[in-house]
Design a protein around this ligand. Structure first.
Ligand code: NAP
Ligand code: MG
Length: 493
């Protein structure tokens, strides 16, 4: 065991940020720690009136151009400063993230916080590289196309990568000149609030980034139905994504972008060039962040000739992944985000057993004496491709192995869910790799690697994994409208 991350003297943020200031809450809710089930503190429970104020301040900031009209050099400086501040506050933010949602502090330090800073850096640098277009030559007209910010963006984010999911949306939305109202998940509001504070410190004008913690049905729904929000950028479940489309349809037809769940396949062919790398990817592709990852490789499709040996390798790796205190730097696997999430995962494990899948490893709650919400890495074999375990997202550390005999069967199984977020393919055959990349219907395909991309590449899903992309220049365009302008030339004088 390493030295636990220090929490003494740590301020636990809990207030909404509206129009550049922390707001005295009208009501609060308990922020529960998944690490020990204790109450960390009280967090503002924003309602429709708070959301109204936040949207009004975002609108006023947008209309008077205090951010939108700043020269791109000035915007760039502010976003870089924010990235600097995220980096200088790395330890504080990592500790808040780990306390709030149960992820290993080592991951928060090495991944979540640096990646969030990097999003702001990337979009700081991207904002002056988005060019418009000039239309084709016409003898009597000149036409051009410009990108314009949309206005007020409502960002609604989940709890699995609280700061990073917020950064994926807030950074490009701000870089494009929009104002933002950010609604963090009720389970993990602290780093989002801190982001709002640090943005002000970086010089972002008041009202440009507002943060309204609270419940989805209250603060989230109020944003969704608001008549003065121009777009909702959402990451979360398909059911809430569907609600947001309804809210948009019943209010002002605001745009909606949805990053939803997945049931991503990891497909291992017998000619896999590096079995150890594939086995590590198969294990960490599902057990990273306790399986609470939208791209989690929850279905392991393995060619039958190597299946027994390969699955045994994955189980051996998984056995060594032991749930531990999230604040311990040696912990690689932490707590489930909430008691509700833990109970749901255990229920799905029981259902898989009842459906006839063979439990090879795990399946239990552990560390119960801590009061925290810990579930062991779990591996099933002989999973029926039509069963609930193979079809429905668990959003927890549960892997299901399925065998196949032919390439066609592998591709068919890969596509046999309603989702299409990510897929891994392990093969030495270049033709099969290319065929797989074409055949698999998902927004991300990784060949002979897992999660092998970064902020430079678009992220998002096909089919019920959603639409719209985070990351890359495409995300910048998502927060913009196109305006076509034409000037008609009079006769030469
Ligand atoms: P969720 O229940 O859909 O919540 C996501 C966000 O929506 C939270 O901020 C939530 O607030 C809010 N919300 C809930 N009900 C709402 C409503 N009626 N109106 C407006 N907002 C509402 O999802 P989750 O359980 O937190 O997160 C897990 C899901 O996210 C999984 O399905 C996972 O696959 C998906 N996910 C997808 C990606 C991706 O990029 N594709 C990334 C990460 C996670 P409350 O917290 O207060 O309920
Ligand atoms: Mg939720």
């Amino acid at each position: 065991m390493g030295e636990l991350a220090r929490t003494d003297g740590l301020r636990l943020p809990g207030r909404a940020i509206v129009d550049g200031a922390a707001v005295e809450p009208r009501a609060t809710f308990d922020n529960v720690s998944p690490r020990d089930g204790g109450i960390l503190g009280q967090v503002a429970r924003c309602g429709a009136a708070d959301v109204d104020r936040a949207v009004a301040s975002a609108r006023a900031a947008f209309e008077d151009g205090r951010w939108r009209e700043q020269p791109y050099r000035a915007k760039k400086q502010v976003l870089h400063k924010l990235a600097d501040l995220i980096e200088t506050h790395l330890e504080e933010l990592a500790t808040l993230e780990s306390l709030d949602m149960g992820k290993p502090i080592a991951d928060a330090r090495a991944f979540d916080i640096p990646a969030s800073a990097n999003s702001f850096r990337y979009y700081a640098e991207a904002l002056d590289k988005l060019y418009g277009e000039v239309g084709p030559h016409h003898p009597d007209r000149i036409s051009w196309v410009v990108h314009e910010p949309l206005g007020v963006i409502g960002c609604i984010v989940p709890w699995n990568f609280p700061l990073n999911m917020a950064a994926w949306k807030v950074a490009p939305a701000l870089a494009m000149g929009n104002s933002v109202v950010l609604k963090p998940a009720e389970q993990s509001p602290m780093t989002a609030i801190r982001l709002g504070e640090l943005a002000l410190e970086a010089g972002l004008p008041p009202g440009v980034l507002n943060v309204v913690p609270g419940y989805g049905e209250e603060a989230g729904q109020a944003l969704g139905r608001h008549m003065d929000v121009d777009m909702l950028a959402f990451t979360g479940s398909g059911s809430v994504g569907g609600l947001l489309m309804r809210y948009a349809g019943k209010s002002n037809l605001k745009r909606v972008s949805l990053e939803l769940g997945g049931k991503s396949p990891q497909i291992v062919f017998a000619d896999c060039p590096d079995m150890e790398a594939a086995a590590q990817a198969a294990a960490w592709g599902i057990f990273f962040n306790q399986g609470e990852v939208c791209t989690a490789a929850s279905r392991l499709l393995v060619e039958n000739g190597i299946k027994a040996e390969f699955v045994a390798r994955v189980v051996a790796i998984a056995k060594a992944i032991v749930p531990g205190d999230p604040l311990d730097p040696d912990t690689r696997f932490g707590a489930m985000v909430s008691e509700e999430q833990m109970t749901g995962v255990l229920r799905r494990i029981q259902r898989a057993e009842a459906d006839g899948a063979k439990l090879l490893l795990g399946g239990q709650r552990v560390r119960e004496e801590s009061g925290g919400f810990f579930v062991t890495p779990t591996v099933f074999d002989d999973v029926d491709p039509a069963s609930a375990l193979a079809q429905q997202e668990v959003f927890g550390p549960v892997l299901g192995a399925i065998g196949f005999d032919t390439t066609e069967e592998a591709f068919r199984l890969a596509n046999q869910t309603v989702y299409g977020l990510a897929a891994g393919v392990w093969t030495a055959d270049v033709t099969r790799a290319h065929r797989a990349a074409r055949a698999i219907r998902s927004g991300l395909v990784w060949i002979n690697g897992w999660d092998a991309c970064d902020i430079t590449m678009p992220f998002g899903g096909f089919r019920q994994s959603g639409f719209g992309r985070d990351r890359s220049m495409h995300a910048l365009e998502k927060y913009a409208d196109l305006k076509a302008i034409t000037i008609t030339l009079g006769p030469q004088k």
